[in-house]
Design a binder for this molecule. Sequence first.
Ligand code: ATP
Ligand code: MG
Length: 640
Amino acid sequence: MAEETKTVLPLAKGVVPTGKLHEMRKRALEDPEGFWSEIASELYWKKGWDKVVEGEPPYFKWFVGGKTNLAYNALDRHVKTWRKNKAAIIWEGEPGETRVLTYYQLWKEVNKFANVLRDLGVKKGDRVTIYMPMVPEAAIAMLATVRIGAIHSVVFSGFSAKGLAERINDAQAKVVITADGMYRRGKKLNLKEIVDKALQETPSVESVVVYNRLGLDINMEEGRDYWWNDLMEGAETYAEPEWVESEHPSFILYTSGTTGKPKGIIHDTAGYMVGVYATMKWVFDIKDEDIHWCTADVGWITGHSYVVYGPLLHGATTLMYEGAPDYPKPDRWWSIIEKYGVSIFCTAPTAIRMFMRYGEKWVERHDLSSLRILGSVGEPINPEAWWWYFKHIGKEKCPIVDTWWQTETGHIMISPAPGIELVPLKPGSATFPLPGVDADVVDDNGNPVPPNTRGYLVIKKPWPGMLHGVWGDPERYKRTYWSKFPGWYFTGDYAMKDEDGYFWILGRADDVIKVAGHRLGTMEIESAFVAHPAVAEAAVVGKPHPVKGESIVAFIVLKEGQQPSDELREELRKWIRETIGPVATPDEIHFVTKLPKTRSGKIMRRVLRAVISGKELGDLSTLEDEASVEEVKRAVAQLR
Ligand code: ATP
Ligand code: MG
């Protein structure tokens, strides 16, 4: 591991670690009943639970015997207090308009829409697919669905008709909620057309509710399609919440598809609620005065947990932005932080690398002094990107919470926790598991590996926000998560603990490259590339090699103003040899202008692997941009 990635950052000046975090971690594992009961008691329960956790792998139940409601806890609880008139959602549209919904206003909209859904025949346990742009109505639809005990399945609005149809069919949704269209980089995109196409193959759908975002002249099918506003006009203003059992599913969410066909992950109500509530406080240190902005789309787990449910469960203010990060100019995000005084900001490494590529000048135009905590989620953050984020966005005063978790885990699992106690940070490390998370790094036989040794990341005990199955596919659930290490949850990720016990996520276990007996994580090599001044982004994969087993192939995106050349290729090869070692020297380096990524912005190494070995590309429904694959194909063909 390169020296720089090991740097300890004694970030909080004058802060002396008290040991509180580790004390809490110890207590949570020794006494989960007591620990989680205290936290859960801060929320509202129609009926209290008898037992905190029960069951055996692969099925556990949390807060058994309890009854509650997620929307009630996110809204009604606050409407009864001074927070009634506090901003719940601050929204900015791509063209620049602002909307603010107070808790009272949001509560009213959710109640009305809950009645709309009931009037459409939606009952407890029915599935509702939400396919919407980032508008407050997306959150309203989610909250209304759980208010009546129905199950939402939010599908990211960038999916094609086919991707949408597959997800609707998998969930057997009764109702689809969508918009006429959405803005994307100043253009008006017709969403309803995509829905109409998808609906040709989705017999389960009885009705479609269309929110009028753009005023497009769209096709409305009599007896099936209804305008959001028309239905809301006639709706009753109060909807009694459905008091559901703790284990009642609140939503299904499909994974990003980085490693294969997406899985429909099922989350419960109570465990998810308590886990998100606790981690929102621990990781983001959420306070009443904060403006929390997590840039994730509601179509991903991060959008569910830390745009909608987490902030609202705390009565906090959450910001939603509708458009592209760099539209109309690369300083759009920084202007939003300045305009609203955002204090907690969370985004993905892919975005940080993009802004690094544009350069600091776009950041320097804005006053970002309101920020106090920065978050990173979705992929390992390369130390180079970490430092840039720390210096240029956080001005060396905001801790970066590098949050490791998954769609499956429901909430953050491994991360710094400034809401409990800030520990010294190490760029590229997610630090320690949060209280109640029994994570470890083990070898193929399940034995813990020594410090600084790679192994599989596993979770040995149940945690509140854990998944409760793969929708319609119990076999896949057992096979994927619970069979490699019987009794433990297998994350599919590769990790290591250092001599101080810090966790380092090293990438996907499937992405590991085996060169001449050495197992190399993709993260380390990619980070070494990104540390080169000419490189903006890198993806490395293994290619079958007759002697070495596998050889390393790298795909490189250069920074603005850099030109690909054979000299640069040679220089990069040398750079890797020197920073990591001869074993990591890439056999092939391809320059491209973009990498194949999921629609959630993660590098799809499986697609690169397939291209270089001439294999089937597999499920491409989550691929963001097909042109990226074409470019990779051309680059590979050209060099050979
Ligand atoms: P699929 O499961 O369909 O292949 P996916 O794993 O990308 O897709 P998500 O649930 O959105 O779907 O992503 C979870 C994964 O993202 C983790 O398993 C991990 O590989 C990666 N990840 C998330 N946060 C971090 C982080 N802070 N550091 C390193 N990796 C992270
Ligand atoms: Mg995954």
